[in-house]
Design a protein around this ligand. Structure first.
Ligand code: FAD
Ligand code: DLZ
Ligand code: SF4
Length: 505
């Protein structure tokens, strides 16, 4: 009996569970680049280049170990352009009887795999790279009215013994140093340059391919600096732990003009594609604290993102799909404005974030949440269009992680399953956490008038139009009492300002 072991483009790990089942004598590892995956949404050019280059490097790494591998490139003349077509072709060509694969990360692809089960013997193996299984998450969430990440995170800390004392308490006697992660960047603070790599033949070929085949996709290729092998990704991890993690905690929420990365790790594409494993990344951060090279708040803040948020988000996705993708708590319907694509807006914060996104296929969490996400929430943009935008524009975007972050966290589209309140904020927050407002034609202190920051009137509009849904939320008590006390004339001016803005972009 001959099997093919199908490895998807985000399963580039030696420890991927499907590889462990490989019969080295008879079986063949199969990987394919297909147009369907690059265009089901029109991914950022750097996302496609990163994926194909990392896939080709991984295939060559497996081949060097003597593993039989069948790899189909995008421009192979026989390539049918889809997973379905390529599976059919390879099964016939190699006369294989069985497909072995690690469960795909996205629901969309799992549906395809289930359809193959009607035609072939398909063995689907759980993805052991994640630290929480589907069954474990389902058991954790069942019966919880408010399944908040914080409690899941404590459960994961205890289970995996991260930063725990011998008597099973959190080191430092506090679970969470979130409040210490909110310093704005003021004055001159040196931010180390990102680590870069010389591009080899594989990457240069892929960049050329993307330039010719996907030039109409969002984003630029000129500043492509992603690691494309595990060795390179490990260098990025070491660089982060040594040079950036010490300041990561303090400035996690800060934003600054022309500084896309600050002290963030930029490790998400490597974690999501399998070049790095979540457990090893968290252990390195913990070790840095134990060695005394970083503070507890930095190590805890970073580990929380991966052991807590990343695993929780995946759990929410699989627990609630496929219906989750259709939720729209606020019934938001507005079309995505064109400046999400070209950055042509006078709002400096949005212009900065969209331009960084085009240049790097990256922006950090608070930019995603509090600039593009917050604007989409306040302006009532259609969640499906917003989710598609986030799936397109980032190198780390995969639906399992993008969807709950966008729909649940940024847009509150799930009505509060994931977040205890909408992350709605006015220009005042953006001004406090960034220097964007200094170079903006709008003034964050004004709500009405020609120079008023649009976020301000949009914020009050959001409060006003959603009173039936949020008016009783204790987290909004202060805002609603303020709004209700406002004179009618002032309310009308603010609402008029927001409507003028929304009808004028
Ligand atoms: P760091 O700030 O250095 O954090 C370390 C790691 O923690 C990240 O690499 C990531 O693996 C993990 N992490 C941090 N926050 C989250 C989170 N909220 N959810 C899951 N993992 C987290 N992340 C993605 O990986 N893919 C996405 O498609 C994605 N879409 C997002 C959309 C929106 C609207 C928002 C608000 C967030 C999204 N995130 C997504 C989460 C987060 O913004 C990115 O993981 C992070 O910005 C990646 O940059 P970094 O590696 O420098 O992260
Ligand atoms: C992101 C991506 C792209 C652009 N192309 C491919 C591809 O051609 N072949 C492949 O195996 N994987 C690709 N990927 C990663 C897939 O999106 C990922 O494998 C699925 O999301 C798995 O569910
Ligand atoms: Fe953004 Fe308003 Fe600040 Fe301009 S003033 S950068 S629009 S928050």
């Amino acid at each position: 009996m001959k099997s093919i072991c199908f490895i998807f483009g985000d399963q580039l790990s030696d420890s991927i569970s499907s590889l462990a089942r490989l019969d080295h004598e008879n079986d063949v590892v199969f990987m394919c680049e297909v147009l369907e995956e690059a265009t089901h949404v029109k991914h950022h050019q750097q996302k496609i280049a990163f994926t194909f280059s990392a896939m080709r490097h991984f295939a060559s790494h497996l081949a060097k170990q003597g593993i039989n591998i069948h790899y189909v490139k995008l421009d192979d003349p026989c390539n049918t352009g889809s997973f379905d077509g390529e599976i059919k072709r390879v099964m016939e060509m190699l006369r294989a009887d069985k497909i072995i694969l690690t469960e795909p990360s996205e629901y969309r692809v799992l549906e395809k795999v289930r359809a193959w089960q009607k035609l072939y013997t398909v063995e689907i193996i759980p993805d052991s790279r994640f630290l929480c299984t589907h069954a474990e998450f389902d058991a954790w969430i069942t019966g919880k009215k408010q399944p908040r990440m914080e409690y899941f995170y404590r459960y994961m800390r205890q289970k995996h013994q991260f930063l725990m004392t011998e008597d099973n308490n959190p080191v430092g006697r506090k679970w969470n140093y979130d409040k210490e992660n909110r310093r704005p960047l003021k004055g001159k603070i040196e931010i180390p340059d990102r680590i870069t790599f010389e591009k080899d033949r594989i990457t240069l070929d892929v960049l050329e391919l993307v330039k010719t085949q996907f030039h109409d996709h969002f984003g630029e290729l000129a500043l492509f600096e992603w690691a494309v092998t595990r060795d390179q990704a490990l260098q990025c991890l070491d660089f982060f732990i040594e040079k950036l993690l010490p300041q990561f905690g303090d400035y996690q929420d800060a934003m600054r003009t022309d500084e896309a990365f600050l002290f963030h790790s930029t490790l998400s594409p490597y974690l999501n594609s399998g070049l790095l494993l979540p457990l090893e990344v968290c252990r390195k951060a913990e070790q840095a604290y134990l060695n005394g090279s970083v503070s507890l708040s930095s190590a805890e803040g970073f580990i929380r993102q991966i052991l807590g948020w990343r695993e929780y988000i995946r759990g929410i996705y699989w627990h609630n799909m496929p219906n989750y993708a259709k939720e729209n708590f606020f019934n938001a319907q507005r079309k995505l404005p064109s400046f999400y694509w070209d950055g042509q807006t006078e709002m400096n914060c949005l212009r900065e974030v969209v331009q960084q996104t085009k240049r790097y296929a990256y922006s950090h969490h608070i930019q995603r949440l509090m600039i593009t996400g917050n604007f989409a929430l306040l302006a009532g943009l259609d969640p499906m269009a917003v989710c598609e935008w986030y799936l397109i524009v980032y190198a780390d975007a995969f639906e399992w992680v993008e969807l709950p972050n966008t729909l649940g966290m940024a847009l509150y589209g799930d009505g509060g399953l994931l977040a205890s309140k909408p992350y709605a904020a006015s220009g005042n927050y953006i001004n406090r956490m960034s220097n964007f407002c200094k170079n903006c034609r709008y003034n964050p202190d004004e709500t009405v008038g020609d120079n008023a920051c649009p976020f301000n009137s949009l914020y009050w509009r959001f409060i006003s139009v959603n009173e039936d849904k949020l008016g009783k939320n204790p987290r909004f008590f202060y805002m609603y009492s303020h709004w209700r006390k406002m004179p009618d004339q002032k309310k009308a001016e603010i609402l008029g300002q927001s409507e003028d803005f929304l009808s004028g972009w």
